[in-house]
Design a protein around this ligand. Structure first.
Ligand code: PGA
Length: 255
């Protein structure tokens, strides 16, 4: 049965002591919890990965990005191999903020995916349309283009672990969430795309997360949609109580 993923994306928030406080607080809530299907993941800035690994109890730690080369003279970047050496389990790639501010493309996301695969780190691959693209009724074409670019010549087998996060760019940080129906429409399209390409067995095992202003008060209706298998949560994941509330909503639905 496919995983349900509740992932926090801290972006460029929290310092060292705030990180320890977060995990200490989450720990008191999450420590004794047995999860069957749900994976809780906290994606922290790379400088905080080691601390997060040390203080986490029952969650997995993820990075927010890697560079698309194995190693080399790329000042300021980190590699998939480095993440592996810290036993990091997940990594976000292709986030729209990386695409917008750091000129990432589907081709670089593809290269990053291949490195994560090599080092057996689970990717959370982000895709999604801008407001202008949605208003021009291009959403599904954009999704198709992004998936085709990232998975260009890539064959997936049942042993390859991936998850996809659909994050409409206009919903990120803006407080505007896609309605559950809008999200479900795109999630169903992604599932169909994966099914056409890789077959139903593989496609039905791939968690497809929704991201974009997910909050404790709207996560339930989103998770109740057939093809929504979790959330990638920015702002609302910074508060341990809110994060825990959202995990609990997922537990009510899935465990
Ligand atoms: P948000 O961010 O929940 O703050 O909108 C989501 C994301 O960027 O992953």
């Amino acid at each position: 049965m496919k995983d349900i993923i509740i992932a926090g994306n801290w972006k460029m928030y929290k310092n060292l002591s705030e990180t320890i406080d977060f995990f200490t607080s989450l720990d008191t809530k999450i420590k004794e919890t047995q999860f069957k299907r749900i994976k809780t993941v906290v994606c922290v800035p790379s400088i905080l990965l080691e601390t997060a690994q040390k203080y986490k109890s029952n969650s997995f730690i993820g990075a927010q990005n890697i560079y698309q080369k194995e190693e080399g003279a790329y000042t300021g970047e980190i590699s998939a191999g480095m993440l592996k050496s810290f036993n990091i389990d997940y990594c976000i790639i292709g986030h729209s903020e990386r695409r917008q501010y750091f000129s990432e493309t589907d081709a670089t996301v593809r290269e990053k995916y291949l490195l994560l695969k090599k080092y057996e780190i689970k990717p959370i691959i982000c895709i999604g349309e801008t407001l202008e693209q949605r208003e021009n009724a291009e959403t599904l074409a954009v999704i198709d283009r992004q998936l085709s670019g990232i998975f260009a010549d890539i064959a997936l087998t049942a042993d390859d672990y991936i998850s996809i996060a659909y994050e409409p760019v206009w919903a990120i940080v803006t407080g505007k969430t896609a309605t559950p129906e809008m999200a479900q429409e795109v999630h169903a399209y992604i599932r169909k795309w994966l099914t056409d390409r890789y077959g139903i067995e593989i496609a039905s095992n791939i968690p497809i997360l929704y991201g974009g202003s997910v909050k404790p008060n709207n996560i339930k209706e989103l998770l109740n949609q057939e093809d929504i298998d979790g959330g990638l949560i920015g702002g609302a994941s910074l508060n341990p109580q809110d994060f825990w509330d959202m995990i609990n909503t997922a537990r009510e639905i899935y465990e």
